[in-house]
Design a protein around this ligand. Structure first.
Ligand SMILES: Nc1ncnc2c1ncn2[C@@H]1O[C@H](COP(=O)(O)OP(=O)(O)OP(=O)(O)O)[C@@H](O)[C@H]1O
Length: 309
C-alpha cells in the first residue's frame, strides 16, 4: 500500500506539489490525469525517490522511499522522458535491469520482446519513439515489481500496442496483486483500465474517486412539465447542474437513482428520461461544483490536440 500524506515538492520558490494526500491500495490501478505542468511527473519522481519531498511523507508498505534502496527495488518506473544507457541495445539494458532487480523474469522479457519483434542488438537510439516506449515498458514489466509507475505511457504507442500494454498491466495487477499508477493527459485512456481516478491541478489533488463510484453517483435527467417552472421545483433533490430550454430541463443530479426517479415521477412530468454520464461529463460537473470549470475544458482541448497529433 502507498500512503501519501501532505506531500509537498518545491523547486526554488515554485511549489510543484502542495499537500497531496492519497492512499493507493494493493492490487489497484490508480490513474492520475492533469493538464501540462499539473505536477504528474513530479508526483511520480517523488514517489520513486528520484526527488526528495520538501514536506509531508510517502510510505510504501510502511517504509519511506527516499534513500531506501530496498523499497526502490520493488518499484519499476517508466518515465515520460525515457532514459537508456548511451549507445545501449536491449541486451545491455536487460543485463542492467537483471542487476538492479533480482526477480527479473528473463523468460517473460524474451516472450514480450519477440512478440513485439524488438531487435536485441540494434541500438535503442535507432528505435522509433514507439519502439523505445515498448522497450522501456517490457523491461519494467519483466522486473515483476510490486509497484509499477507509468508516466504518459500510452503516448507514442499505436492503439494495438496501447491495448496490449493495458492487458499486461491488468495481468500483473490481477495475478500478482501488483499496484500500478498511470498518469495521462487523457481521461479516455484511463477510464477502461483504472480502479481509481485522480485529477491533479496546479500541484493539488482536486478530485479522487473510484471509477465505479464516479460513474454511478451522478446521472443526467431530461424532464419536461406543462406550464412555467424553474429550478426551485426540484428542491430536495441534489442538482449540481441545471439548464432549461423551452419546457425541457436538463439536470445533473447526485443521489439514489430510484428514489430520485420516484420523486420526479410523482411530479407528473410530460417527459422523463434518465441518462448515464460519460466519465468526462462526471469530471466536468464535479469540477464545476468545485469551481474549476475552465480546467477540465483545457484538459479536453489538450486531449483532442493529442488525438490530432
Ligand atoms: N526540475 C525542475 N525544476 C524546476 N521546475 C520544475 C522541475 N520539474 C518540474 N518543474 C515544474 O513543476 C511543474 C510541474 O511539472 P511536471 O513535469 O511535474 O508536470 P506534468 O503534469 O508532468 O506536465 P506534463 O504533462 O507537461 O509533462 C511545472 O511548472 C514545471 O515547470
Amino acid at each position: 500500500m502507498i500512503e501519501i500524506k501532505n506531500l509537498t515538492k518545491r523547486f526554488q520558490d515554485f511549489t510543484a506539489l502542495e499537500n497531496v494526500t492519497c492512499t493507493i491500495g494493493s492490487g489497484c490501478i490508480y490513474g492520475m490525469v492533469g493538464s501540462n505542468g499539473a505536477g504528474k511527473s513530479t508526483f511520480l519522481r517523488t514517489l520513486t525517490g528520484v526527488y526528495q519531498p520538501d514536506g509531508g511523507e510517502i510510505r510504501i508498505d510502511g517504509e519511506p522511499v527516499w534513500d531506501n534502496p530496498a523499497v526502490k527495488r520493488r518499484i519499476a518506473y517508466v518515465p515520460d522522458e525515457l532514459y537508456f544507457l548511451a549507445g545501449a541495445n536491449l541486451n545491455r539494458m536487460e543485463r542492467m535491469y537483471r542487476n538492479l532487480y533480482p526477480d527479473f523474469d528473463r523468460d517473460r522479457f524474451e516472450k514480450l520482446r519477440s512478440h513485439l519483434q524488438l531487435p536485441r542488438n540494434k541500438s535503442l537510439g535507432q528505435f522509433s519513439k514507439g519502439m523505445r516506449r515498448q522497450a522501456a515498458t517490457i523491461l519494467a514489466l519483466s522486473c515483476r515489481p510490486d509497484y509499477l509507475f507509468f508516466d504518459e505511457t500510452f503516448d507514442g504507442l499505436d492503439p494495438v500496442m496501447r491495448n496490449f500494454v493495458k492487458k499486461l498491466i491488468c495481468e500483473d495487477v490481477l495475478e500478482r496483486g501488483a499496484s500500478a499508477i498511470i498518469t495521462s493527459h487523457s481521461l479516455r485512456e484511463l477510464e477502461d483500465i483504472c480502479d481509481q481516478l485522480a485529477l491533479l491541478h496546479k500541484g493539488g489533488l482536486v478530485l479522487e474517486s473510484d471509477i465505479e463510484n464516479l460513474k454511478t453517483s451522478q446521472f443526467k435527467i431530461q424532464i419536461a412539465f406543462r406550464g412555467e417552472y424553474d429550478k426551485s421545483k426540484f428542491q430536495g433533490i441534489q442538482v449540481s447542474h441545471y439548464e432549461k430550454s423551452g419546457s425541457v430541463a436538463n439536470l445533473i443530479v447526485s443521489g439514489d437513482r430510484d428514489e430520485i426517479v420516484q420523486k420526479l415521477r410523482a411530479m407528473e412530468p410530460i417527459l422523463l428520461d434518465v441518462l448515464p454520464l460519460t466519465l468526462e461529463e462526471v469530471f466536468t460537473y464535479e469540477m464545476e461544483t468545485l469551481g474549476y470549470t475552465f480546467q477540465i475544458d483545457d484538459l479536453l482541448e489538450e486531449e483532442s490536440e493529442h488525438a490530432k497529433s
